[in-house]
Write a protein that binds this ligand. Structure first.
Ligand code: PRX
Length: 643
């Protein structure tokens, strides 16, 4: 079953932007003369000064990645200004509220005006090119406006997902020393309110760099406003002009920072620059989704994640698309919500995460079939491996076997999609992200970095750069080299493992490092551990991923308590609540096991391999435990496994 092949239907290939022959021609053209290929693709965005230099990349030494470096542009012009003459009155954003009775449509002309007004107000508040602006907003139109207004004035936005705690918000603001915060009174999700301004107020107690706060009125809930620091969005922008000179930006000037989890330490600020990122966002959005003028495109992600950056805002708007922004959740008011929204707005392209598909699958076909999905043409998946069963359900039940599925593999670091079928060109196999996009050079290596040929399994690397690649970790270029280019010399290491079959198709097997993927949300085990040990009762903690039917992976924590502390059910609940408060609800541990001791080597290193196996109930072949300081703790942990 897993190796089923679903061929490209001839009628789909005939109409697609890219069919198999075109794809082959693109791959060949890029291989023959990469600079000429990317010189052609760079014209998909608007330049104030066209680049003459295309690519300057060195994955060795200090690692330097530059694309289109002498070009000058402003990302907001590609997304807004250049569309005004041809599609000013076309809807740019359809907003669908958490409440099924609330929605709104914003044309390109209106969006341009709203962005300009905020950009002017930001300049008046003293925001300049290169300043960092934190955005902590729910899924409302203002989120897109804020991003584009930052781009307009050359400020670097750093979006923090609205589900993160005050502590998480504060540490991200501190790391990049943001001077402005843009937030809202409250958010809404699944009928509940999220106290964003109150969270922000708490975070700002420890953020001396913030000079101003812009607050969008969303729910109308009561909030505290600090005189001189806090400004209501509407009052602030009211008198501003609806035009604003875009800041000329070098192609390699930063566009945004987005914090993401790694194997160790605190989340790192992934930095993307302007020219290459915009080319990549446009190239991948148009080709992977085979986007055609006039279509309604919906990506269900939150703008707090990279998927929202590239595939709700920058990619679709650069391509003049109508992009849908959804404030709510798939299960509220009922679990037919996705399909109700598809029917209501006549969605053509739908892009979501496997965890949502698996959750909706549980309720059977009823909630899907109740709604008209005849406008759907392409279905997408992102964020984690999609199991063949969920893939086939998506294909058969949601897409009525009509719609190709694009399983898109990529990362915050890659800026956009790298491995994915092109719907008119590549046959699909349920569970495989299939083949690299033209211009992308994946490979598999063994643990020593030797390239592996043919059908095999190994560590997924990229041998060369693509325009959308991250350029550095904000404020820590040494960590950038160390994290991504030191494991395998001269290659970008993704942190993922993958299998490649005899057709050259890639099957991503998941992270091979200490990063876990919980319901498509990336989480560092070290972050959860440091939250746990910050609790006064905890002496030591080790966190691993465990298989979870819906979320893909769940969070399993082994906790050693301080001497004299009693292991009670009350304490277990308290620790769960503590982690939610420290990091945010997405880090909620699924299981906490009391561990009188942890399996350690004689040099004191925790053997996570063993802890992962115990959490997964795979205690048969635990492998070599002879190097453990105290092999007895393993049996003790197995005997007391929870869940
Ligand atoms: O493990 C891979 C998984 O998500 C990781 C990247 O997470 P993040 O930076 O949060 O970006 C998520 C959205 C792009 C990857 O290292 N991943 C992402 N897409 C897929 C996937 N695993 C399997 N199949 C995918 N299509």
């Amino acid at each position: 079953m897993a190796d089923d092949i679903i061929a490209v239907k001839p009628e789909i290939a005939a109409k697609a932007r890219i069919d198999a022959a075109k794809r082959a021609a693109m791959v060949a053209a890029e291989a023959k003369d990469p600079d000429a290929f990317w010189r052609g693709e760079m014209t998909r965005i608007a330049w104030m000064k066209e680049p003459t230099k295309i690519k300057a990349v060195d994955f060795n030494g200090d690692v330097s990645i530059k694309w289109f470096e002498d070009g000058v542009l402003n990302a907001s012009v590609s997304c807004l200004d250049r569309h005004l003459a041809t599609r000013g009155d076309q809807v740019a954003i359809i907003w669908e509220g958490d409440d099924p009775n609330s929605d709104a449509k914003v044309t390109y002309r209106e969006l341009h005006a709203r962005v300009c007004k905020l950009a002017n107000a930001m300049r008046r508040l003293g925001v300049k090119k290169g300043d960092r602006v934190c955005i902590y907003l729910p899924m409302i139109v203002e989120a897109a406006v804020a991003m584009l207004a930052c781009a307009r004035v050359g400020a670097i936005h750093s979006i923090v997902f609205g589900g993160f705690s005050p502590d998480s918000l504060s540490s991200r603001i501190q790391d990049s020393e943001c001077t402005l915060l843009i937030t809202a009174d409250e958010g809404r999700r699944g009928g509940r309110k999220v106290p964003l301004k109150a969270n922000a107020d708490e975070a700002l107690l420890t953020c001396p760099s913030i000079r101003h706060v812009v607050v969008a009125k969303n729910t109308g809930g009561k909030v505290d406003m600090m005189e001189g620091r806090d400004h209501w969005w509407d009052a602030l922008t009211e008198g501003e002009a609806a035009v604003c000179e875009p800041e000329p930006m070098g192609a390699e000037d930063p566009l945004f920072i987005l914090y993401t989890s790694g194997s160790t330490g605190k989340p790192k600020g992934v930095l993307h620059t302007t020219g290459g990122y915009m080319v990549w966002a446009s190239y991948t959005h148009q080709n992977v989704f085979d986007y055609r003028d006039g279509e309604i495109y919906w990506c269900t992600a939150d703008v707090g994640w990279v998927t929202g950056h590239t595939y709700i805002v920058y990619g679709p708007l650069a391509n003049g698309a109508t992009t849908l922004m959804f404030e709510g959740v798939p299960s509220w008011p009922d679990n037919g919500r996705f399909w109700q929204v598809c029917a209501k707005h006549k969605v053509n392209i739908f892009y979501t995460a496997p965890t949502a598909i698996r959750a909706l699958m549980r309720d059977g076909e009823g909630p899907v079939k109740k709604h008209d999905r005849s406008t759907l043409r392409i279905l997408g998946s992102v964020g984690e491996p999609i199991n063949p069963e969920a893939w086939l359900w998506y294909y058969r039940v949601v897409g009525d076997e009509r719609c190709p599925i694009v399983d898109t593999w990529w990362q915050t670091e890659t800026g956009g999609i790298l491995i994915s079928p092109l719907p008119g060109a590549v046959a699909q196999k349920p569970g495989s992200a299939t083949l690299p996009l033209p211009g992308v050079k994946p490979a598999l290596v063994d643990n020593e970095g030797n390239l592996l040929d043919g059908a095999t399994e190994g560590n997924l690397v990229l041998l060369d750069s693509w325009p959308g690649q991250m350029r550095t970790i904000y404020g820590d270029h040494a960590r950038f080299g160390q994290t991504y280019f030191s494991t395998f010399k001269g290659m970008y290491f993704t942190g993922d493992g993958a299998r490649r079959d005899a057709d050259g198709y890639y099957w991503i097997t998941g992270r091979v490092d200490d990063v876990i993927n919980v319901a498509g949300h990336r989480m560092g085990t070290a972050e959860v551990e440091s939250a746990l040990v910050a609790h006064p009762a905890v002496a030591e903690a080790a966190v691993v991923g465990m298989p979870h039917e819906i979320k893909g992976q769940g969070i399993y924590a082994y906790v050693t308590l301080k001497a004299g502390v009693e292991a009670t059910e009350v304490l277990r609940k308290e620790l769960v609540a503590w982690v939610r408060k420290e990091i945010g609800p997405i880090a909620t541990p699924d299981a906490i096991q009391w561990a009188p001791g942890l399996p350690k080597t004689r040099s004191g290193k925790i053997m996570r391999r063993i802890l992962r196996k115990i959490a997964a109930n795979e205690t048969e072949g635990l492998g070599d435990t002879s190097t453990l300081a105290d092999p007895g703790v393993v049996q003790e942990l197995i005997d007391n496994k929870v869940g």
